[in-house]
Design a protein around this ligand. Structure first.
Ligand SMILES: Cc1cc2nc3c(=O)[nH]c(=O)nc-3n(C[C@H](O)[C@H](O)[C@H](O)COP(=O)(O)OP(=O)(O)OC[C@H]3O[C@@H](n4cnc5c(N)ncnc54)[C@H](O)[C@@H]3O)c2cc1C
Length: 389
């Protein structure tokens, strides 16, 4: 027990304060978002980072220097800090702006290319990511490899000048729009004693010969997910990401970027704002709304602490798992409270407003605690980190 108590501080790194200079940046982003909304260019939605695909909007953010912010200037980025990026992303999410097109590229592909990519790969992809013109997906999950990612069966066979990929990826968000993704594949036969060995990552262009992208419709009929089938897809040596055989280490470091950002507790923030609007003037909801706001503030402090820790070069895997586990449950509770306090039913056909936000949130909620690693798996990571298993 004493050993466990010693490890508790790992759950949340030391607090991080936003530098005062970020106040001006925040004001600029808010002014821009207000202007866009006034012009009717988009309507606030829930879960926009997964479903709000709007390439014009992404290019506009790129033009203003709000994408690829942490990418060095020599690769077309802006050499800013992760905390500047944090301010921009939280404002975009809070406004329910359509950020899906660039989200994955900006959040994890850019940093991963900087860490593991070759000079040629960085020159090729980073400037387009920073301009909001090059979009990526994530090619990790397979039909029998989700939580147990080491079970991937997609094969990478050595051929002249590169590798040939054969297999199937699934639940690939946005693959039908994206230019490329990082595919995790088995480049050496599976060894039951070393399941994480023999995996590699490849940059696969999604219009390459042999790549087939099949839609998996959501219950709503919307096309978001895909199954991506590789039939002997040739990937040249210069599109291997990092080292052959080091895929597991690379993928887990990518997940640290994926798990602790504000998108893990702000997917339903536009609904919370609409809920407060619906309740205006009516008494009796202070306890529930106050509780939601207090938790939101706590989650934000935790998420910022992880951002600060990432900024100083650490890999706070445990703390990131805690933020995602608590944050995604919180997102669901915003929906529960909205349904408890307001009788307006969800309306997926409404143009905007509370009923539409509620409908979108309800329909997307099942994915909150699954995507990027399920809550059960995250609890396992935390337990292991605390020495409990
Ligand atoms: C909205 C959304 C978007 C996604 N986008 C992408 C994407 O772009 N690219 C991509 O590669 N993947 C994507 N995924 C897939 C996602 O990463 C997987 O769904 C997730 O990792 C879980 O895998 P699975 O669906 O195979 O479920 P399984 O791993 O089969 O799990 C089923 C259930 O068993 C539980 N379980 C499994 N193992 C354990 C364990 N050891 N201990 C306790 N419980 C356990 C899980 O918690 C879960 O409840 C997306 C998923 C969603 C919902």
């Amino acid at each position: 027990m004493t050993a466990t108590l010693h490890r508790l501080p790992d759950l949340v790194p030391p607090p991080t304060e936003l530098p005062p200079r970020t106040a001006a940046l925040r004001a600029d982003v808010r002014a821009f978002l207000a202007e866009e909304q006034m012009a009717g260019r988009w309507t606030p939605r829930a879960d926009v980072w997964l479903s709000g695909w709007d390439e014009r909007f992404s290019r506009e953010l790129g033009r203003r220097g709000w994408l690829g912010m942490t990418i060095p200037k020599e690769y077309g980025g802006h050499g800013a800090s992760a905390l500047d990026r944090y301010v921009v992303t939280e404002e975009l999410l809070a406004a329910g702006a359509p950020v899906a097109a660039h989200w994955i590229a900006d959040r994890q592909i850019g940093p991963t290319l900087l860490r593991f990519g070759t000079e040629e790969q960085r020159q090729r992809f980073l400037p387009g990511i920073a301009r909001g013109e090059v979009y990526f997906g994530i090619g990790m999950s397979e039909p029998d490899a989700g939580s147990d990612l080491a079970a991937v069966r997609t094969r990478a066979d050595r051929v002249d000048g590169g590798w040939e990929l054969t297999g199937t990826k699934v639940w690939t968000s946005g693959a039908h729009h994206a230019h490329a993704f990082f595919a995790l594949a088995r480049s050496a036969p599976r060894d039951e004693r070393h399941r994480h060995a023999g995996l590699s990552q490849f940059i696969v262009l999604l219009d390459a010969p042999g790549v087939q992208i099949r839609p998996i419709p959501l219950l709503t009929g919307a096309h978001h997910f895909n199954e991506v089938v590789f039939d002997r897809v040739f990937v040249p040596d210069d599109m291997v990401l990092g080292e052959i055989g080091a895929g597991w280490k690379q993928v887990t470091s990518e997940l640290a970027f994926e798990r602790s950002g504000p998108e893990r507790f702000l997917s339903t923030f536009p609904l919370l704002v609409a809920l407060v609007g619906e309740l205006a003037g009516s008494a009796g909801a202070e306890r529930e709304i106050g509780g939601l706001v207090a938790r939101l503030w706590t989650l934000r402090r935790m998420s910022l602490a992880v951002a600060g820790s990432l900024e100083s070069g650490e890999a706070p895997e445990l703390a990131a798992a805690v933020v995602k586990e608590l944050g995604t449950r919180y997102e669901n509770e915003v929906i529960d409270v909205a349904r408890l306090l307001v009788t307006t039913p969800p309306d997926p056909g409404a143009e905007a407003g509370f009923a539409r936000l509620l409908a979108d949130a309800v329909l997307h909620a099942p994915g909150f605690t699954l995507r990027g690693g399920t809550n059960e798996v995250l609890r396992g990571i935390v337990a292991r980190g605390l020495g409990l298993r």
